[in-house]
Design a binder for this molecule. Structure first.
Ligand code: T3D
Length: 260
C-alpha cells in the first residue's frame, strides 16, 4: 500500500504530499493522522526550516472522505471527529515555528480548502480551484474556514463563498486575497520549493516570531498588540540572526543566518 503522505526533505525544505490521488486526496483517518505526524516531524526537525504542503495527482484535496466509514450515516458525531482529527492539524500549521507554504495544485474543497488556507503563503496553479463544498452536502464550513475566510476576504465574500458554494478559480481567488500568487501548472511546485528553499536560508526564527505576532493580532486591540510586538521583538533582538544581520549589513556582505 502506498504512503498516505509522502515526506521529502531537500535543502532545508520538507515537502508533504497528500497521496490518495484516486479520490482527489480525500481525507480519511489514515491520511489525516499521517499529515499530523508529518507536520510534527517537520516542526521538530532542526534540518527543516520551511514546509511545503501539496497534493498528488490532479487535486490538492477534496476534503473529508465521503466514502469512508460512517460519514453521512446514522448521526455521526462530526464535532468530535473535527476536534480529534482536524483541529490539531490546523493549529499545528498555524503555530508551526517555520513558514508553511500551501502549493494548491488542483481542486481544494471543503476541509481541503481549510488546510490550504492554514498555510502562511498560498500559491496555486492556474487550473486550481477552491470550493466551500460543505453546504452542498448539508454541513457548515469547518476546519478553520469560518475563521480564515472573513479575515482574508471580508464578510460579504466569506458569506457568499460559504452559502453559494460555487467553484472559485485560482485567478479569482488571487484577486480577492485568498492566494498570494498563481503559477502555470507545471511551474507551481518548483516555484513553491524554490521560495521555500530561499526562506530556509533566511532568519527563520524571525518568521516564527512574526507568525506568533500575526496570529495574536487577530483578537487584539492596538495597545495589546503593540505590547505583543514589544515582547516578541525583545526575543528577536536577542537572536544570533539579528546580530548576524546587522553585522553583515555593516560589513556589506551577505548574511549567513542560522535560524537561531
Ligand atoms: O467527518 C468529517 O471528516 C467531517 C468534516 C467534514 C469537512 C468536509 O470537508 S465536508 C466536504 C467534503 N468534500 C466534498 O463535499 C467535495 C466532494 N467532491 C466534489 O465535489 C468533487 O469531487 C470535486 C468538485 C472536488 C472535484 O470534481 P471532479 O469532477 O473534478 O472529480 P470527481 O469525478 O467528482 O472525483 C474524482 C474521484 O474522486 C471520484 O471517484 P471515482 O468516481 O473516480 O471512483 C470521486 O468520487 C472521488 N472523490 C472526490 N471527492 C471525494 C471523493 N471521494 C471521497 N470523498 C471525497 N470528498
Amino acid at each position: 500500500m502506498s504512503e498516505p503522505v509522502l515526506y521529502h526533505l531537500d535543502q532545508g525544505v520538507a515537502t508533504l504530499t497528500m497521496n490518495r490521488p484516486e479520490v482527489l486526496n480525500a481525507l480519511d483517518e489514515t491520511l489525516l493522522a499521517a499529515l499530523r505526524d508529518a507536520f510534527a516531524l517537520a516542526a521538530d526537525d532542526e534540518a527543516v526550516r520551511a514546509i511545503v504542503v501539496t497534493g498528488a495527482g490532479r487535486a490538492f484535496c477534496a476534503g473529508a472522505d465521503l466514502g469512508a466509514g460512517n460519514v453521512g450515516s446514522a448521526e455521526p458525531d462530526l464535532g468530535e471527529r473535527l476536534r480529534r482529527r482536524y483541529h490539531p492539524l490546523i493549529l499545528a500549521m498555524r503555530v508551526c515555528p517555520k513558514p508553511v507554504i500551501s502549493a494548491v495544485n488542483g481542486v481544494a474543497a471543503g476541509a481541503g480548502m481549510s488546510i490550504a488556507l492554514a498555510g502562511d503563503l498560498v500559491f496555486a496553479s492556474a487550473s486550481a480551484l477552491f470550493l466551500q463544498a460543505f453546504t452542498r452536502i448539508g454541513l457548515i464550513p469547518d476546519a478553520g474556514s469560518t475563521y480564515f475566510l472573513p479575515r482574508y476576504v471580508g464578510e460579504m465574500r466569506a458569506r457568499a463563498l460559504a452559502i453559494l458554494a460555487e467553484k472559485l478559480p485560482a485567478t479569482e481567488a488571487e484577486r480577492i486575497g485568498l492566494v498570494w500568487k498563481v503559477l502555470p501548472d507545471d511551474e507551481l511546485l518548483p516555484y513553491a520549493r524554490r521560495i521555500a528553499a530561499q526562506l530556509a536560508q533566511q532568519p527563520t526564527r524571525a518568521y516564527a516570531l512574526a507568525k506568533q505576532a500575526l496570529n495574536a493580532s487577530l483578537g487584539n486591540d492596538l495597545a495589546t498588540q503593540l505590547e505583543v510586538e514589544a515582547v516578541l521583538q525583545t526575543e528577536a533582538g536577542r537572536s544570533e540572526d539579528f546580530r548576524e544581520g546587522v553585522s553583515a549589513f555593516r560589513a556589506k556582505r551577505t548574511p549567513a543566518f542560522k535560524g537561531r
